[in-house]
Design a protein around this ligand. Sequence first.
Ligand SMILES: Cc1cc2nc3c(=O)[nH]c(=O)nc-3n(C[C@H](O)[C@H](O)[C@H](O)COP(=O)(O)O)c2cc1C
Length: 255
Amino acid sequence: MSSSTTAPWRTPLESTLTTHSTTSFTLSTATLDPKTNLPVPRSRTCEFRGFFPTPPLHPSALQALSAQNVPLNPAIYESDLLSFTTDARMEKTAQLRESGGAVEAVFWVKGAMVQWRVRGCAFAIGGGGEEEGAARERIMGRLRRMGEATGEDKDWDWERVVTAYFANMSPVMRGSFTAPPPGQPRSQVPADPNYKMGQPLEDLNDPVARANFRVVVILPDEVERLDLSDYANVTRRRWTLGSESGEWVEEELWP
Ligand SMILES: Cc1cc2nc3c(=O)[nH]c(=O)nc-3n(C[C@H](O)[C@H](O)[C@H](O)COP(=O)(O)O)c2cc1C
């Protein structure tokens, strides 16, 4: 478990995103080109789902969890780990596995004229098996016990967190995890009758959807803020996580 306090970049990042209603970022991963076997980048837009393991839950999510008898975890842990959700069948999931989780997340907040870059590694949870065990261990190493924590570690459950993230999706979004495999040619109609398009899904434990649903947690080790709001005084600040100290070191850079 991480012993440090809230990362120094977290409050300014959150504040920029909230003030300017920015919810998405560009996520880059690394992979090897299957033809040349050379490293190539891959980027796409993803929706930021808050800091793990405490996504801001919509009233409809709380209602769905309560109606389906899924209790919430006790409020024990917090972290500076960014989270998003994805479908295990998408390419990024395999790229994360193959690259050891190498990622860079970039937020461009136009209203503030500020760019945030978050580098680190990312792990997917929700799939079970050996991979899940390794991911949980890495993530747990970066969680903090909350100062005002009420509740016990034994009452905190990983599967429940994943279900809470799933509940936070609209029924139509939940249903997308039962759609035919993303990225495959539409000419290939799946024989599996479990795959449907555009169907709302209420069941938080639907086995087809949950087999594909993943929460991805980014463990940052370098964060950088570029502020272009005043062209006469552009600032660039970097925070680096000391691998031994576990503390963030802040440095002003020439822009
Ligand atoms: C505004 C916006 C938000 C998106 N959010 C997500 C997301 O949170 N997770 C995700 O897997 N894909 C999201 N997508 C779709 C991805 O950009 C991408 O098309 C998809 O994940 C397939 O990427 P991959 O094949 O590289 O894995 C979003 C797209 C847009 C335009």
